[in-house]
Design a protein around this ligand. Structure first.
Ligand SMILES: NC(=O)c1ccc[n+]([C@@H]2O[C@H](COP(=O)([O-])OP(=O)(O)OC[C@H]3O[C@@H](n4cnc5c(N)ncnc54)[C@H](OP(=O)(O)O)[C@@H]3O)[C@@H](O)[C@H]2O)c1
Length: 244
């Protein structure tokens, strides 16, 4: 597999990359922390990756998107899969008071992820093949008082990907929306852990399966599909009274 990973220093993305490395895949990684990216690249080579290329940059810098796709295409002589994994949770109480911080949350979690998905679709459309896998979240399924900035950005991304999937269907390009529940990563380090938290390795296995099977939408672990189904059924007049 030849994979371009955007947001490659994310714990979930790194777990996916390790699995691909062990299958002797080729990887091109993009992230904004060059030092961490270099360490991850070295580690992937040791784990069996055939080749690992990299580019350093902030994923909200739209002017770099074409350059990264061209660099990945040139380095691996083609791309099979694009994985978009960057994201940031933010601090809900601070976001309520600071529109600049709130703008960044929308920019990172929705605008940049959507525009990178579009760039991937434009790249794959010519060849009439390819898989675009994007990290959404169960948080996008219902607006909650504890994280409605992050949640609404993921909800917007969810709908964007649905439309993109619809458009790309006849072109043979798959768009996979991945909706993890709680995962033990730096993003959730401040949260008290409970039995619902999964390890990144479990999520990575699910992501790879979904990519290979070209699934449309996948909840990870699987039981989140049923949890969110129940949560979505709660009538608004009850939901607004809950402290979630
Ligand atoms: N952890 C969970 O419970 C959970 C649940 C559902 C969905 N997700 C989603 O899964 C994805 C991966 O998250 P994770 O759990 O692996 O968290 P993580 O380890 O904290 O990774 C988040 C990554 O996003 C990167 N990032 C943020 N803003 C960026 C920007 N402007 N430019 C470039 N990179 C940027 C961070 O880079 P730096 O290291 O440089 O800051 C970091 O590598 C995210 O989309 C997240 O929303 C996570």
């Amino acid at each position: 597999m030849k994979i371009l990973i955007l947001g490659a220093t994310s714990a979930i993305a790194e777990a996916v990359a390790r699995k691909i490395a062990s299958q002797h895949g080729e990887l091109f990684l993009v992230a904004r922390n060059g030092q961490t990216l270099e360490m991850i690249s070295q580690d992937l080579i040791v784990r069996g990756a055939t080749r690992v290329g990299q580019a350093v940059g902030d994923l909200t810098f739209q002017e770099k998107y074409t350059e990264w796709f061209e660099a990945a295409d040139h380095f691996m002589k083609g791309i099979d899969v694009v994985l978009i994994a960057h994201g940031t949770l933010g601090e809900q109480r601070e976001l309520e008071k600071d529109p600049d911080l709130a703008f960044d949350i929308f920019n990172v979690n929705f605008i940049s992820a959507a525009l990178l998905s579009q760039a991937a679709a434009n790249y794959f459309e010519k060849g009439r093949r390819g898989v675009i896998a994007v990290l959404g979240s169960v948080a996008g399924d219902r607006g909650r008082q504890s994280n409605y900035f992050y949640g609404s950005a993921k909800a917007g991304l969810d709908q964007f990907l649905e439309g993109l999937r619809n458009r790309m269907f006849l072109s043979g390009v798959s768009v996979v929306t991945i909706k993890p529940g709680f995962v033990s990563t730096p993003m959730t380090a401040h949260l008290r852990k409970n039995f619902l938290f999964a390890n990144p390795e479990v999520i990575a296995s699910g992501i790879l399966k979904a990519i290979v099977k070209k699934r449309d939408i996948v909840y990870l672990p699987w039981f989140w599909k049923y949890i969110m189904c129940v949560i979505k059924m709660i009538p608004e007049f009850i939901f607004k009274r809950l402290k979630l």
